[in-house]
Ligand binder design. Structure first.
Ligand SMILES: Nc1ncnc2c1ncn2[C@@H]1O[C@H](COP(=O)(O)OP(=O)(O)OP(=O)(O)O)[C@@H](O)[C@H]1O
Ligand SMILES: [Mg+2]
Length: 684
């Protein structure tokens, strides 16, 4: 009696719970299905059990997180309005991608072969079609060339590439392809300090421009976030998101502009099976509403495997061993005498077969031959049918050619500078380091060189202090850029590739956004040291001195941009400071400019340290300053500032030092832009 009662109670409760859950799932499923298409459309392949959103949602075992309080204006929108909301997205043409004889080789160093270079074929002249309204999967063992294929077709890689890519039967260049496609890469390169909401708003401003007003943008953002189940994380900053949420955010950011083509490199890696199922179901739904979606995937669960409209399998050496609807795969390999063992996930079976690990004797060449012939036949059929689509594609190409960036240059500049400024303000670790660093070193130097500036007896000590201050501001200006800019570069590459904004505008906005910090910290340090070390209490001398220190900081920041955009952070933080040391030696303090050997004198002329030190010395000793000496000669050797200038060979006027520093900074900034541009070009 005592035992049965609670059991009955639990059973009743769980039944009610199950019913409630089922009702909720059906409701949610209706919403998801309704957004994109009717459930009839889902069952487009008679050979496969159609996967509906009910199946997808019922497969979930994870309990949804308790919703965080969404933004007021977003929360006022009801879920059932989602369907209408997606209609707000700009209309895009349907695009079929045909790629023909795509090949890519790399040359690896091998001293055992003639010439010391061995050719490795990554893609072996593969062809295929990614149909519109289709979700195409690319599977294969690690290193088979899946990412390489996506990189090439999306225009991410251009050098040493063979073959051609056609959109609706017409050959297009990379720039045109980038306008209509988006590429979500294997690694999620996102700005860590922005919240999901801010990131989406920024993406909408850049990718929709003036084509949608503020309200419409909000509606689109809300719809995409609710579809991708990111509503709970509206206020969460990217660095606090889980791996799966980051992946979904990367997709959400690109969906804003409703791209006609979406390439995704392993969108499901790191996701649990429920989320993996949901993401693929979502992609399938997006594809069926008119987009061309291609994604690489590693051993998906069985139900996910059959969701794809087409599965292409790459074997090692970059050759397709299968390209058709997933339901036809088992029969295809069975004909060759390789049946999928019963109870085995077909995705696992094909991964093992293509990976040649468990099936060493598998006739890969035969699979390739048959698949190649099938693809060739399909391509010929497509070419025959192509004439009817010619008008369509001409319209598409014309539309793509005429559209530039969605947002105006002014909007791009505003959005990018605000974003970079916000991100740098939230990078508390770097800010605190710089703030406390400036105060600590400032107090240390001010205490060590206490009132040396007002005493001509300690003139040489003061020269040492000025030299140190120029050096400190130089390194302090450069190091933060070396640490933060490489991450920025990765984000920039992804966004620029996806045609968010122009590189010039990005560079200009970044430069402007970094400016407040680059002025504030050298000014803070200089103020502390200037007054503690007893430099002349004259406003104009103080501002002149501070200006030199700020210019030195800005100049070395430019060097930081050059090294940060050219190298990985590990190399940049080592190579950049080392390459600055010769400038320090020729700065005029360790060895006087006039004492430099003739063949090294030019180094003194290009050393920005020299102009920094000279300008800083002139600001405190120049302009006919008479030095006071409490002890008189011989303890005070120098009683007039002109003697110092003669002693160190500092013969340029202060204004020239300022002008040269500004000139060098402009040269360094232009070089940094050129390095960035080259890096983006050569990385393709
Ligand atoms: N630029 C390059 N130089 C040398 N080797 C390269 C280059 N690009 C690609 N490879 C090689 O080509 C092969 C395919 O790389 P790719 O990244 O396309 O593989 P993948 O199929 O995407 O693998 P995974 O599933 O692990 O992501 C790898 O062996 C890789 O080392
Ligand atoms: Mg890959």
């Amino acid at each position: 009696m005592f035992k049965s009662k609670p059991v009955l109670k639990i059973t009743g409760k769980s039944k009610r719970k199950a019913k409630k859950r089922k009702r909720r799932m059906e409701k949610e499923a209706k919403a998801v299905n309704g957004i994109f298409r009717s459930s009839k459309e889902l069952a487009s392949h008679e050979s496969v059990k159609p996967v509906s959103a009910v199946d997808v949602l019922s497969a979930q075992v994870v309990k949804p997180r308790k919703a965080a309080k969404p933004e007021k204006d977003l929360s006022s929108l009801r879920l059932k309005e989602k369907k209408d909301l997606l209609k707000d997205l700009p209309a895009r043409p349907e695009v079929t991608i045909t790629f023909m004889d795509m090949g890519f080789d790399v040359y690896k160093c091998n001293l055992k072969v003639a010439g010391g270079r061995e050719k490795q074929t990554i893609l072996d002249n593969v062809s295929g079609v990614f149909g519109s309204k289709q979700l195409t999967g690319i599977m294969g063992p690690s290193g088979a060339g899946k990412s390489t294929l996506l990189n090439i077709i999306s225009g991410c890689r251009e050098s040493n590439v063979r073959g051609k890519v056609l959109l609706n039967g017409q050959q297009v260049n990379t720039a045109l392809l980038r306008k209509t496609a988006c590429y979500i890469m294997q690694e999620d390169e996102l700005m860590p300090f922005l919240s999901v909401d801010e990131y989406m708003a920024m993406s909408a401003k850049l990718k929709l421009g003036s084509s949608a007003d503020g309200e419409k943008k909000k509606r689109i953002i809300h719809a995409i976030l609710s579809i991708l189940r990111l509503e709970d994380c509206l206020d969460t900053r990217v660095h606090n998101l889980s791996g799966g949420e980051k992946k979904r955010l990367a997709i959400a950011l690109e969906l804003v502009s409703n791209p006609a083509i979406i390439f995704l490199d392993e969108p499901t890696s790191g996701l649990d099976s429920a989320n993996c199922t949901y993401v693929v179901a979502l992609l399938k739904n997006l594809a069926s509403s008119g987009r061309t979606i291609v994604c690489t995937i590693h051993q998906p669960p069985e139900r996910v495997f059959f969701m794809f409209d087409k599965m292409m399998v790459l074997a090692k050496g970059g050759r397709f061993i299968f390209s058709d609807h997933p339901s036809k795969m088992i029969g295809f390999f069975k004909k060759f005498g390789y049946p999928c063992p019963s109870g085995h996930n077909p995705a696992d079976f094909i991964a093992e077969l293509a990976g040649e690990s468990s099936w060493k004797d598998a006739p890969i060449d035969d699979f390739v031959k048959v698949t190649k012939a099938k693809i060739k036949m399909k391509l010929e059929q497509k070419q025959k049918a192509g004439s009817s689509a010619r008008e369509d594609s001409a319209r598409l190409i014309k539309a793509m050619r005429t559209t530039g960036y969605a947002a105006s240059y002014l909007t791009q500049f505003r959005v990018l500078s605000v974003r970079t400024f916000k991100a740098s303000l939230r990078d508390y670790a770097t800010l605190q380091l710089r703030f406390y660093g400036a105060i600590f070193v400032g107090l240390l130097m001010g205490g060590t060189f206490w009132q040396v500036g007002s005493n001509s007896e300690k003139m040489l000590d003061n020269m040492g202090l000025i030299f140190f201050c120029v050096m400190f501001n130089g390194f302090a200006g450069m190091l933060p850029t070396l640490l933060t800019f490489p991450t920025e570069m990765n984000v920039f590459r992804r966004e620029h590739l996806n045609y968010w904004y122009s590189m010039k505008l990005y560079y200009l906005a970044t430069t402007i956004a970094f400016l407040p910090a680059q002025v504030f910290f050298p000014a803070l340090y200089t103020t502390i040291v200037y007054f503690m070390s007893g430099q002349p209490y004259e406003a104009n001398r103080f501002f002149m001195h501070t200006l030199i220190m700020v210019l030195v900081g800005l100049l070395t920041e430019s060097y930081g941009l050059i090294f940060g955009s050219a190298l990985a952070p590990q190399s940049a933080v080592y190579i950049a400071p080392i390459s600055m040391t010769p400038f320090v030696v020729y700065g005029g303090f360790l060895i006087s400019i006039k004492n430099l050997p003739d063949w090294f004198r030019w180094m003194g002329h290009v050393s920005f340290f020299r102009y920094g030190v000279e300008g800083a010395v002139k600001s405190v000793y120049g302009f006919e300053r008479n030095l006071t000496c409490p002890y008189g000669f011989p303890r005070c050797v120098i009683t007039h500032s002109s003697l110092i200038e003669t002693m160190y060979g500092l013969d340029l006027p202060y204004e020239t030092d300022v002008a040269v520093l500004i000139g060098l900074m402009l040269i360094a900034r232009s070089s940094a832009f050129f390095v960035m541009w080259t890096k983006v070009k050569t990385s393709r």
